[in-house]
Design a protein around this ligand. Structure first.
Ligand SMILES: Nc1nc2c(ncn2[C@@H]2O[C@H](COP(=O)(O)OP(=O)(O)OP(=O)(O)O)[C@@H](O)[C@H]2O)c(=O)[nH]1
Ligand SMILES: [Mg+2]
Length: 712
C-alpha cells in the first residue's frame, strides 16, 4: 500500500492504562492533556511536537491505554489502529515508546512484548520507578533490556526524572534504530509457523506490517475473535475480508483437529515466556507487606462504610463550595459594580451608556461572579481524580449499576460529567458494549454540570435560608447537594427506562477495573486544571455571553415607545421585543411558576445554561434604568406583582426552576458531541425530547404539588 511519509518522524506512546503515558507526553511536548489516577483518562489520539537538543523534531502521539493489542473498546481500537498502520495513510509510525508501570511489570510485559513483536523500533519507558522502589520491587534494567533486545529507560514522569534520557534515546532510535538480534520475543514451533502462513500472506499483501509483525498478528488473529473482528471492520474490501475470515477458520479447524486450544494460544505462549523473564530480572521484597492503599481500601471500599463516606464527602464538598466561595464572589461583585459606576460617571447618559452598563457589564459580570464556585468544584474534582478516589467510587457503584443494565465502567464518565457532559460523553469510549455506552451517553447530561452551578447558586442564595445545620453544614449547602442528587436520581430512572427499551435481557458486562494505588495529588496539576477551566469560563463570558447580552439588551430596549419619557421603564420593557417574546411563551411556562422574564432566560439558556443568569441581569438592569447596577439576588427577592403586591419569585419558584435546569437539555455543545459520538441525529434528537419532557413534568409536579400543599 503506498503511503506518504510525513516531514517529521511519527512516534507513538503506547502502554497499559494509567501507566503515565500522558504525564510523559505533557512533559516532553509542553502540552497539558488531561491526566488522572484511573484507567481510561485518554480516549483520543493527541499529537504534540518534541524538540531534540540539536533542533530536530518528532511528532509524538499520545494514545489511549490498552492491555493488549486485541482491542475491546473504541479507545483501545484507536491505539491498535495506529500501531497496525490502519489509522490513516499519512501516519507512519517510526518508533513506539512503550510506557510500562515498573510497580506492575509482570502484567505490563504482555503488551510490551506484543509491541516488540510487531517489528517496529521500540523504546521502553519504565515509568513509576518511585512507586516500584517504595514497594520494594527491584528491576534489573540492564538484564531486562538484554532479554527483550530493546533500549529501556527508567523514568519518573511526575518528577521528570529520566525524561532527558528518554528524549535522547527517542531521537537516537528515530535516526538510527537498533538492529535486533532476534526477530521477536516468541518462538513458535515449525508446525504452528507453517499453519499460520495463509494469514501471514494475507497480512503481507494488505497491510503495512513488517514480516515479524505479520507472524505475531497472525497468531493473534487465530487466537482471538476480537483481533479478527478488528480487521473485519477495517477499510478492506468485502472479498478481501472474507479471504481472511475463511483462512482463519480453516486454521482454527486444523488446530482443533489436533486438540490444540486456539483460544489461549497467544496468551499461553506469552505468559510462559513473561513469567520466566520476570523471575530472572525482577526481585520483589516479600517483607513489603500490605500497602497503604490496601489498608485504606478496607475502609473506603467497605460495603457500608464506603458509600457513607462518599455521601459525607460530597456533602462537605458542596458545603465548602458555598462557604469558601463567598468572599471571592463578593469581591468580584463589588469590582463589577464599581466598574459600572465608573463608566456611568465617565460617559454621557444615553443608549450607548445603557448598552455598556446594563447590557454588557451587567450580563457578563453576572456570570463572572460565579467563577470562584466553579473553580472550587474543579479543584475538588481534580483532587478526587488525582488521588485515585474516583476509581473507588466507580467500584462502589458497580452493584447499583448492574441493576441498571450498566456496570462500574459507566461511573467514571458519569462522574466527569459533573464538570461538563462533553468530556463525560467522550469518556464513554472506554465502554466495550455499544448498548451500555449508548445508555451512558443518554444519561450523562443529567449529571449536573458546572454550567448549572451559577443558576443553582443564584436561586439558593436568593431563596434558601443559610441556616446552620449539624455544625459544619447549612441548609443551603445541603440544598445544593440535594439538587445534585436529584440529577443522579433522574439518571438512574432514565437508565432503567432505556434498559427496558434497548436491552431487556442483556446481561450486564462484568466490570474488572483495577483499583489504582492512592497517590499524593500533584498540586501543580490541580492548579493547572483550575487555571485552564478559568480560561474557558472567562473566554466564554467574553464571547458567547457578551454576544447574547448585547442582543438581549437590544431586544429589551427596543422598540422605543414614541412617548418614551412618559412611559415607566417597567412598561417599556413589557412592550419591548424581549417582553413580547417572553409574554408569548408565558402561557406554556406559567404552570411551572415561571414568569415572562424567566421565560426569556429559558430561551437564551439553550445556547448555554449560564446565560440564564446574564439574561436576568440584563433584563433587570434595563428595567431599572437608573445609575446603579442591580444586585441580581436582591432584585429577584424584591420582585413583586404590581397588581397584588405579592412576591413573584418564591422559594417554590426557585426550586421549580432549579429542577427544570437539572433535567433540561440546554446545551448545544452536548447535542453536537452526541451527534458525533453516535454518528446519527437520531440520538441527540431523542435526548433533547426526553430531557425537555422530563424537565417540564418534574417542574410542573414540584410547582403544582408545592402549591397544593400550601407552599409558595
Ligand atoms: N508515583 C508516580 N505517579 C505517576 C508517575 N507518572 C504518572 N503518575 C501518575 O499516574 C496517574 C496516571 O497518569 P496518566 O499520565 O494519566 O496515565 P495514562 O497512561 O496517560 O493513563 P490513560 O490515559 O488512562 O491510559 C496520574 O495520577 C499521574 O500523576 C510516576 O512516575 N510516579
Ligand atoms: Mg493518558
Amino acid at each position: 500500500m503506498p503511503h506518504i511519509s510525513s516531514p517529521y518522524a511519527d512516534v507513538a506512546l503506547i502502554g497499559n492504562p494509567n501507566t503515565g503515558k500522558t504525564s510523559i507526553f505533557n512533559a516532553l511536548t509542553g502540552l497539558r492533556q488531561k491526566i488522572g489516577n484511573y484507567p481510561g483518562v485518554t480516549v483520543e489520539k493527541k499529537t504534540g511536537t518534541v524538540l531534540g537538543s540539536g533542533g530536530e523534531q518528532v511528532r509524538l502521539h499520545d494514545l489511549p491505554g490498552m492491555y493488549s493489542l486485541t482491542p475491546k473498546s473504541m479507545d483501545e481500537e484507536i491505539a491498535r489502529d495506529v500501531l497496525m498502520g490502519e489509522w490513516d495513510e499519512q501516519l507512519d509510525i517510526r518508533l513506539v515508546v512503550v510506557v510500562a508501570d515498573a510497580a506492575n511489570l509482570n502484567r505490563n510485559l504482555y503488551l510490551v512484548t506484543q509491541v516488540i513483536d510487531l517489528g517496529i523500533p521500540v523504546v521502553v519507558a519504565l515509568n513509576m520507578m518511585d512507586s516500584a522502589k517504595s514497594e520494594g520491587v527491584h528491576i534489573d534494567v540492564e538484564a531486562l533490556s538484554e532479554h527483550l533486545d530493546v533500549p529501556i529507560v527508567p523514568v519518573v514522569a511526575t518528577s521528570q526524572h529520566g525524561l532527558d534520557l528518554l528524549r535522547h534515546e527517542m531521537f537516537a532510535q528515530v535516526t538510527a534504530p537498533k538492529t535486533r538480534k532476534k526477530t521477536g520475543t516468541l518462538t513458535l514451533d515449525e508446525a504452528l509457523n507453517t499453519s499460520l502462513t495463509p494469514i501471514v500472506d494475507w497480512l503481507g499483501e494488505h497491510t503495512r506490517l513488517t514480516a515479524a509483525g505479520q507472524t505475531a498478528e497472525a497468531l493473534r488473529v487465530v487466537s482471538s475473535d476480537l483481533a479478527l473482528e478488528s480487521w473485519m471492520s477495517g477499510h478492506h474490501t468485502e472479498a478481501c475480508k472474507n479471504d481472511l475470515k475463511t483462512a482463519t477458520q480453516s486454521i482454527r479447524d486444523h488446530l482443533e483437529a489436533k486438540d490444540i486450544p486456539w483460544r489461549i494460544l497467544e496468551a499461553k505462549l506469552r505468559y510462559e515466556q513473561i513469567d520466566d523473564l520476570y523471575e530472572q530480572t525482577v526481585q520483589e521484597n516479600p517483607e513489603a507487606g500490605q500497602s497503604f492503599s490496601m489498608r485504606l481500601d478496607r475502609v473506603l471500599t467497605h460495603r457500608i462504610a464506603g458509600p457513607m463516606f462518599v455521601l459525607a464527602l460530597f456533602a462537605l464538598i458542596f458545603q465548602t463550595i458555598f462557604s469558601w466561595a463567598e468572599g471571592p464572589m463578593d469581591a468580584i461583585e463589588g469590582g463589577i459594580g464599581a466598574l459600572g459606576e465608573y463608566v456611568v460617571t465617565r460617559m454621557p447618559e444615553g443608549m450607548l451608556q445603557s448598552l455598556i452598563v446594563d447590557g454588557i457589564i451587567a450580563g457578563v459580570g453576572a456570570v463572572l461572579v460565579f467563577l470562584p464556585q466553579i473553580l472550587f468544584l474543579f479543584f475538588f474534582l481534580a483532587l478526587l481524580e488525582d488521588t485515585g478516589y474516583m476509581a473507588r467510587v466507580a467500584f462502589l457503584m458497580d452493584r447499583l449499576m448492574k441493576g441498571l443494565g450498566l456496570s462500574g465502567r459507566s461511573v467514571l464518565p458519569l462522574l466527569s460529567s459533573f464538570a461538563c457532559a462533553i468530556p463525560g460523553i467522550m469518556a464513554t469510549r472506554t465502554i466495550a458494549s455499544w448498548k451500555e455506552r449508548l445508555v451512558t451517553i443518554m444519561i450523562a447530561p443529567l449529571m449536573s454540570c458546572s454550567a448549572r452551578l451559577p443558576v443553582y447558586i443564584l436561586m439558593i442564595g436568593a431563596f434558601i435560608p443559610d441556616t446552620p445545620l449539624l455544625g459544619i453544614f447549612s441548609v443551603s449547602g445541603i440544598a445544593l447537594l440535594a439538587i445534585y442528587l436529584l440529577g443522579i436520581a433522574g439518571a438512574i430512572g432514565s437508565a432503567l427506562v432505556f434498559k427496558w427499551f434497548f436491552m431487556p435481557d442483556a446481561p450486564s458486562t462484568t466490570f474488572i477495573m483495577e483499583l489504582p494505588p492512592y497517590r499524593r495529588p500533584s498540586l501543580r496539576w490541580v492548579l493547572l486544571q483550575m487555571y485552564e477551566r478559568a480560561k474557558v469560563f472567562i473566554t466564554d463570558a467574553g464571547q458567547i455571553i457578551l454576544a447574547i447580552s448585547i442582543v438581549l439588551w437590544f431586544l429589551a430596549s427596543y422598540p422605543k415607545p414614541d412617548d418614551y419619557d412618559m412611559v415607566a421603564a417597567r412598561e417599556r420593557i413589557q412592550q419591548s421585543y424581549a417582553g413580547q417574546l417572553g409574554h408569548w411563551i408565558e402561557p406554556a411556562i406559567e404552570p411551572l411558576g415561571f414568569d415572562w422574564k424567566l421565560g426569556i432566560g429559558l430561551i437564551t439558556s439553550f445556547a448555554a445554561r449560564e446565560v440564564m443568569v446574564s439574561t436576568l441581569a440584563t433584563i433587570y438592569n434595563v428595567e431599572k434604568a437608573d445609575e446603579t447596577s442591580v444586585d441580581l439576588r436582591t432584585a429577584l427577592q424584591n420582585e413583586t406583582d404590581p397588581a397584588t403586591g405579592e412576591p413573584i419569585y418564591t422559594p417554590l419558584v426557585a426550586i421549580s426552576l432549579m429542577v427544570f435546569f437539572v433535567f433540561a437539555c440546554q446545551c448545544m455543545a452536548t447535542v453536537a458531541i452526541v451527534k458525533r459520538e453516535t454518528n446519527s441525529w437520531r440520538w441527540p434528537i431523542i435526548m433533547i425530547a426526553y430531557m425537555t419532557i422530563l424537565a417540564y413534568i418534574a417542574s410542573f409536579a414540584v410547582y403544582q404539588g408545592g402549591r397544593f400543599f400550601g407552599f409558595g
